[in-house]
Design a protein around this ligand. Sequence first.
Ligand code: SF4
Length: 460
Amino acid sequence: MLLRHTTENIIDRTALTINPAKTCQPIGAMYAALGVHGCLPHSHGSQGCCSYHRSALTRHYKEPVMASTSSFTEGSSVFGGQANLLQAVETIFQVYNPDIIAVHTTCLSETIGDDVNQIAQKARDDGKVPAGKYLIHCNTPSYVGSHVTGYANMVTSLVKHFSAKSVNKINQINVISGWVEPSDMREIKRIAADMHAKIVLFPDTSDVMDAPMTGKHEFYPKGGVTIPELISTGHSKSTIGLGPFCTEDAAILLDNKCKVKFDILEIPIGLKATDNFIMSLSRAAGVQVPYSITAERGRLIDMITDMHKYLFGKRVALYGDPDILVPLTEFLLTLDMKPVYIVSGTPGKRFDVSMSKLLSKTVPEAKYKNGERADMYLMHQWIKQESVDLLIGNTYGKYISRDENIPFVRLGFPILDRVGHSYFPTIGYAGAMHLLTNILNAIMDKQDRDCPEEKMELVM
Ligand code: SF4
């Protein structure tokens, strides 16, 4: 037993989190910044933080992640990191020549009280930012929030620094992407193109974090939202934010700054959330839903209908980011499955409200919790009290899956021990079929493995 110290008895904890269902803020800021073309994320702190953030992203996306650091020493930790950051900005523009440096803070620079806004302004005033280049920043103290908060903060910073107001609105819709895979961002663009809806998707990590092997190293891969596109987000007629935790702040700021009205939706995972996204995009862009999309929807429903007998009543435990968990819970309910245990390390009252709305009548026995101490340990304790038929979440669930012999579907961040997640979408109708295939395969593989010989079926 890998997790033999997990007890069935739950004792109230007030100050201890064990195996958190989240990671640190700057990782999210770094991932969002990589979704901008020609952008170099910069970590204002020590090398250790930057190395950890880069390696976490590299291990998940199997891509090299470029980022720079202010390289704090004991001296900068005591006297402040201004000199390091000013030197870094000058050197980075000279040596690595990005279009944008996107600075995020770390626990250390936040704790010593570095005013990054003031330092960035000083860098501009001192002429360290060449003409036509940009220096942007956001605060990401990792002792509050999670990687999701960091992602949201950097996305908001993109709006703050780039979106430009225009009285003449253009027939363009902003789609602010929550934290999803590059494959999902590519899928959002494919759906919009199929619908003939003109969108600006930001951030957009497709062709950055899933860049093809060409034999030539591109320091700044060809993907990512461009600076002119970011500026034009203030000219768009409306915004759709996908995932409230990741996108709502940015959408509100865009409305306040440039008068672009917005609609916040769940990330389109599963049937209903995808329906909402398609209809919202159709209304906003003034376009019809084409037959190709309706047919995709039909194929998903056909698959659900065909395989329903393997899904009905199955108990599921899930964990990860709230923007994924809410639409995933809704999808599991659509499949007549029972999401019984749900935890997220990301704080925020909206999680409770959304889960209560989805589960209070459908699965009244469901237990869910987010924020502090909503950790993997607690979920494992719940599972020990009454087991589940399926576990869905990031790689860290593999220990629980093995100890308790529970089929396991990997979804979310990070996935460190499998591939495919960054290449095949989970969102949209096609993505839902992919997700459903993974769920069915996990359940049916267990049935084949564990059933008595006389019950072994060739045709399922
Ligand atoms: S010190 Fe803070 S920012 Fe750095 S890796 Fe740890 S949690 Fe993240």
